[in-house]
Design a protein around this ligand. Structure first.
Ligand code: GDP
Length: 137
């Protein structure tokens, strides 16, 4: 079993679609091992997306991620990292496969509903960014 980190982004929470997205995650076979709702500060969002610091969209991305609350979860499944990326669909919802979360719930390449770790090593770092051992079941 492998763990990955997901964030239901502020667009998903704002649209009242958190339940629908969590349902599709559970229906796909993931177990929720930790969950937390929070409103990211600018510093927390910048730290989480530090790898994108030099990208032209960084300021917009941080503004988006701090505009309202998010739900952060640790998910577990076989091949959780790649399985979640598949369920999420492409970064740009216009390019996402039918049935994926981004095709169903995202607005555009920025307001794209959900984050999922891109590799097991990244997942370990991202999980530790939000949760300690005692917060995971
Ligand atoms: P992901 O792994 O599919 O989430 O994509 P990336 O790691 O490349 O980008 C991180 C996040 O930055 C994406 O999920 C989007 O919210 C945002 N993003 C990515 N590319 C763009 C872009 O070209 N323009 C804008 N405005 N936001 C972007």
């Amino acid at each position: 079993m492998q763990k990955t980190l997901t964030i239901l982004k502020p667009d998903t929470i704002g649209a009242g679609r958190a339940g629908a997205v969590i349902a599709s995650i559970e229906e796909a076979g993931f177990r929720i091992r930790a969950v937390r709702m929070l409103h990211l500060t600018r510093g927390q969002a910048e730290g989480f997306y530090a790898v994108h610091r030099e990208r032209p969209f960084f300021g917009d991305l941080v503004a988006f991620m701090t505009e309202g609350p998010v739900i952060v979860m640790v998910l577990e499944a076989d091949d959780a990292v790649s399985k979640l990326r598949e369920l999420m669909g492409a970064t740009d919802p216009a390019k996402a496969e039918n049935g994926t979360i981004r095709k169903r719930f995202a607005t555009n390449i920025e307001r794209n509903a959900i984050h999922g770790s891109d590799a097991p090593e990244t997942a370990a770092v991202e999980i530790a960014y939000f949760f300690n051992r005692l917060e995971m079941v």
